[in-house]
Design a protein around this ligand. Structure first.
Ligand code: TYD
Length: 206
């Protein structure tokens, strides 16, 4: 595969959307062909799964939640991500398996190793070339969410201690895989974050 696979991670309210947009504008300016996509919900099937996972009312067993994210991921990678990488595109993706490790592993308290292995099976071991984690304390992220939306999905509605475990998990993952995962302070001005992102992406694209 000749393409480059870049994923963005972080808590809800970390500012991923802004940075994804800034990065794809930069790629466009520099003449790279790219695909901007996301999980959950990057395919037709995924949109239906996303609705179940995030918006269906009532209890969803943690392992069922983990399997639904993995199912979304399997279909998305098979039908969208791998074909794009095979064409040589840059794939810029909002969330990937690190989200499952952080949210279903550390957040729901399932085994992080098992959750990662489930996703790796789902995607036939596809790993990103670069993962950017936007790091924001749980209380700051909550204040941002409160100011931008009035309806919370299933995960956003979790208490701060859940989101603090998610944050800690991302920080740990970045220490474990420093060559793939970069942590950026999500409280910096958006333009400064973007500079740090394109420093890394620029090196990757050569
Ligand atoms: P996201 O699309 O980033 O949220 P939004 O567009 O509403 O800001 O992610 C949806 C939610 O799903 C988010 O709370 C994180 C969660 N999630 C997991 O728990 N596990 C996963 O594997 C993924 C991909 C997302």
């Amino acid at each position: 595969m000749t393409g480059v696979f870049i994923t963005f991670e972080g808590g809800d309210g970390a500012g991923k959307t802004t940075q994804l947009q800034l990065l794809v504008s930069w790629l466009e300016e520099h003449g790279h062909s790219y695909v901007l996509t996301r999980e959950p919900g990057g395919t037709d099937v995924g949109v239906e799964l996303r609705e179940i996972i995030l918006h269906r009312k009532g209890f969803l067993a943690p392992r069922a939640e983990a399997l639904l994210y993995a199912a979304d991921r399997a279909h998305h990678v098979h039908t969208v991500v791998r074909p794009a990488l095979e064409r040589g595109d840059v794939v810029v993706q909002d969330r990937f398996f690190d989200s499952s490790v952080a949210y279903q592993g550390a957040g729901r308290v399932l085994s992080e190793t098992e959750v990662r292995d489930l996703s790796l099976w789902a995607v036939e071991n596809l790993r990103p070339n670069l993962t950017i984690v936007l790091d924001v304390p749980a209380d700051v992220a909550r204040a941002r969410r409160d100011s931008t939306r009035d309806v919370y999905d299933r995960l956003e509605a979790e208490a701060d201690d859940f989101h603090e475990r998610v944050r800690e998990a991302y920080r740990r993952l970045a220490k474990e895989e420093p060559e793939r995962i970069v942590i950026i302070d999500g409280q910096l001005p958006a333009e400064q974050i973007h500079q740090q992102v394109i420093d890394r992406v620029g090196k990757l694209l050569g």
